[in-house]
Design a protein around this ligand. Structure first.
Ligand code: HSE
Length: 330
């Protein structure tokens, strides 16, 4: 049994990390929760029992077998390499994702890379959710172009984002001004076509992460991937409309057959009965829902459209991280 450390255990991702480890019976012998001075000393209820949060120290964290980082990229940049001298570090931030010597893992795709690494990056949530649906299609039909439009939930901005959405909904219904401290504009009763900072090319960093990270995970450095990332007032599931052009001829039936067998995917594709992927049904589920599969009118028999919905805190973060840990000891 392993000594597991979680840094950022009281945040939205940290809480789910602990839940997922418990639910998947990850072999936790000892669990140490670390935080900064602000949260150290607090007691928290977890599925592993009541825990007192320890003050973070590199030396203590290095004693663990595996340490999950669910904190900012700045913290990860400074401390992850030091902790990795002693423990396997699985980092949820974007700090190391594009480093050549750090594997970026979605276990359904490249889990074997977890066996030898000391520092592993957990991908961007939107990327991980799309990847489980796109990888089997890439293997079967060869992806030539990928165009993604997202509908991202408040949880992408952590617990403060979810709180701001709830407060905003209440404020709006009461006729009061909707707050916008976490998000760039009020999220309740709105759609914000802007997540993270703009780059010189007019894309935001969140959008470029989908391009850069998909290429790295797929080992396809030149794959054209274009994303528009949009925030919508849902709580914790990201949805994505995806259009692909394929090398080989593809039909919706053939794609459904491939996706029905794909790991991490739940095929939900019955528009006649209004059954397709939705945050309402994908939330708190491990599998990413995939459906509304149809031939794309522009690319014809070399084109496909699909809609996916995946829990941002699970496959988009905590579940994927725990699956990486599982792959590291498999
Ligand atoms: N950046 C993502 C979002 C979440 O804001 O939805 C983290 O991967």
């Amino acid at each position: 049994n392993l000594h597991v450390g979680v840094i950022g255990a009281t945040g939205a991702v940290g809480v789910e990390l602990i839940n997922v480890m418990f639910d998947r019976k990850f072999p936790v012998g000892e669990l140490t929760l670390f935080a900064s001075e602000r949260s150290a000393g607090k007691t928290v209820e977890t599925k592993f029992g009541t825990k007192t949060v320890a003050l973070f120290s590199v030396e203590e964290a290095k004693q663990c077998d595996i340490v999950f980082l669910a904190v900012s990229g700045d913290f990860a940049k400074e401390y992850a390499p030091k902790i990795a001298e002693g423990a396997l570090v699985i980092d949820n931030s974007s700090a190391f994702r594009l480093n050549d010597d750090v594997p970026l893992i979605v276990p359904e795709i490249n889990g074997h890379l977890a066996k030898t690494a000391k520092l592993i990056a957990n991908p961007n949530c939107t990327t991980a959710i799309a990847a489980v649906a796109l990888w089997p299609l890439h293997q079967a039909f060869g992806l030539k172009k990928v165009i993604v439009s997202t509908y991202q939930a408040a949880s992408g901005a952590g617990q403060p984002g979810m709180n701001e959405l709830r407060e905003g909904l209440a404020a709006g219904l009461a006729g009061k001004p909707v707050p916008a401290e976490v998000f760039s504009s009020p999220l309740a009763f709105n759609v914000i076509p802007h997540i993270d900072t703009f780059q010189d090319n007019g894309y935001t960093r969140e959008e470029m992460k989908v391009t850069w990270e998909t290429r790295k995970i797929f080992g396809a450095p030149d794959l054209p991937v274009s994303c528009t990332a949009v925030r919508i007032p849902t709580e914790r599931t990201h949805s994505e409309a995806i259009v692909v052009e394929t090398e080989k001829v593809v039909t919706p039936e053939a794609a459904r057959e491939v996706l029905a067998k794909a790991k991490g995917v739940k095929l939900v594709d019955d528009p006649a009965n209004n059954k397709y992927p939705m945050p309402l049904t994908a939330t708190e589920q491990y599998d990413v829902e995939v459906g509304r599969i149809r031939t794309n009118l522009i690319f014809g028999d070399h084109g496909l459209e699909l809609f996916v919905a995946g829990d941002q805190l699970l496959k988009g973060a905590a579940l994927n991280a725990v699956q990486i840990a599982e792959a590291s000891i498999a």
